[in-house]
Design a binder for this molecule. Structure first.
Ligand code: NAD
Length: 423
């Protein structure tokens, strides 16, 4: 292995192990030069800031924040900002690299970034969180902006946090700049479709995969793990489009009904009861049972590492749509491929999130706001075109879709570097 591979530092959880093993074989297959490897291995900019914030008890705490811009050859950097007590710059860097790949897979003109603050949002008040967010924004303001690097929500950050970032940034720049941040509320230039674009984008891709497999909508039974933003919206949209949702679950447990759950009623039930279990005539099941339940499409939409070497051989679905990040371990990925189960990888399946952000950014820049249908149509064409590119490569190489997606992304990034004269 080249020393350059070691610089990728993709070492946290399966998300990263999976990438490392895929990337090693792709780099070898693509016969990358040392210069190409070096460009792909090193983030362009790592900003670490340390700043004081007065807390409500009168004490002052020094907070640490990071922003990593991994590769911006294809356009301004794009990526989430997370608040987490265990945030480490190396992991932020890995995630920034993955964002570079994800944007390249769906061919949107962005590079990849990630950032965040070392803080446990559950241990500070909302007012303190605002002070922390605004202070962090002041520290990184020179490095972000509509044509430099555009933050978005991530783990433990939401549209309110995005508003604080935007407001602070605009005060510093002395001008309105809605395109500086995505994932904003609709009243400040956000898009309604963005709130469910991850799920909708995944469903567009799924429908293309179903066509390739010759599977008819009326016969497709779907099981969904996770009933948060992504899982619930996926269930709602699939149900509206006429699919049978046989099982859903959240952290407390799940429910199954082989002839189909009434999803609007399940959503109402979850809102009022705060759980899914004991819903109507459905049977209760565990998350483990959901994963191996009788279905045609399995949608992991919760956590990483859910499909592993212990359950991969028992998965009955013909298609796995990875709306969660890294739900399949490296070993399980190979086991599923060997059994001809088609895994639509996270880097494609959940890229509707960043594609939705791209559409928000375009509209903010042009100040021209489209009807929801037009947004959805554009999202559809981005996702279908990405699916077709990945599918063609994976058929040609007889490889997994994950490998095909990474290969396409790496080629696109290196092409941009070549056009710039860096290679
Ligand atoms: P969320 O916090 O809104 O929902 C997570 C869901 O997972 C909840 O229903 C929770 O109860 C459930 N869950 C937690 N532990 C579980 C367990 N052990 N078994 C089953 N379910 C469990 O999060 P989200 O925004 O819906 O994100 C879900 C996944 O999608 C994550 O992997 C996230 O990284 C990925 N993702 C989200 C977006 C987005 O736009 N929100 C974009 C790309 C990727």
């Amino acid at each position: 292995m080249s020393k350059n591979h070691e610089r990728i530092h993709i070492d946290e959880k399966n998300l990263c192990n999976l990438c490392v093993s895929e990337l090693e074989s792709i780099y070898a297959e693509l016969k990358l030069t040392e210069s190409e490897l070096e460009i792909l291995s090193m983030p362009r900019r790592i900003v670490t800031v340390q700043f004081p914030v007065r807390l409500s008890n009168g004490s002052t705490h020094m907070f640490i924040g990071h922003r990593v811009q991994f590769n911006d050859a294809r356009g301004p950097s794009k990526g989430g900002i997370r608040f987490h007590p265990d945030l480490k710059v190396d992991h932020v860097s890995d995630l920034a690299f993955l964002m570079s790949l994800k944007c390249a897979v769906v061919d949107i003109p962005f590079g990849g970034a990630k950032g965040g603050v070392v803080v446990n949002p559950k241990e500070v008040s909302r007012g303190e969180l605002e002070l922390i967010t605004r202070a962090y924004t002041r520290e990184i303001a020179d490095f972000i902006g509509p044509f430099k690097d555009i933050p978005a929500p991530d783990v433990y950050t939401d549209e309110k946090v995005m508003v604080w970032i935007l407001d602070e940034y605009e005060h510093l720049m002395r001008e309105h700049a809605p395109a500086a941040v995505t994932g904003k509320p609709v009243g400040l230039g956000g898009l309604k479709v963005r709130t469910y674009s991850t799920s909708l984008g995944g469903i567009y891709v799924l429908e293309e995969a179903l066509k390739k497999e010759g599977m008819k909508k009326s016969e497709v039974r779907v099981a969904i793990q996770g009933f948060g933003n992504v899982g619930e919206n996926a269930a709602r949209i699939l149900h509206e489009r006429g699919y049978t949702i046989t099982a859903v679950s959240n952290s407390k447990g799940g429910i199954i009904k082989q002839n189909g759950l009434n999803i609007p009623e399940v959503i109402k039930y979850k809102r009022t009861e705060g759980r899914l279990e004991d819903f109507d005539t459905a049977e209760n099941i565990s998350n483990e049972e959901l994963l191996v339940s009788d279905c045609d499409v399995l949608v992991p939409a919760a956590l990483s590492d859910q499909i592993d070497q212990f359950n991969a051989d028992n998965i009955k679905a013909k298609i796995v749509l990875e709306l969660a990040n890294a739900p399949t371990t490296t070993v399980a990925d190979i086991m599923l491929f060997d059994r001809s189960v088609r895994v639509i990888p996270d880097v494609l399946a959940n890229a509707g999130g960043v594609a939705g952000s791209y559409l928000e950014w375009i509209q903010n820049l042009s100040n021209d706001y489209w009807e929801d249908n037009r947004v959805a149509d554009r999202l559809r064409s981005i996702m279908i075109s990405a699916f077709n590119d990945v599918y063609a490569t994976c058929e040609q190489d007889a490889s997994t879709m994950r490998k095909a997606a990474f290969k396409i992304a790496i080629k696109r990034i290196l092409d941009a570097e070549r056009l710039r004269g860096n290679l």
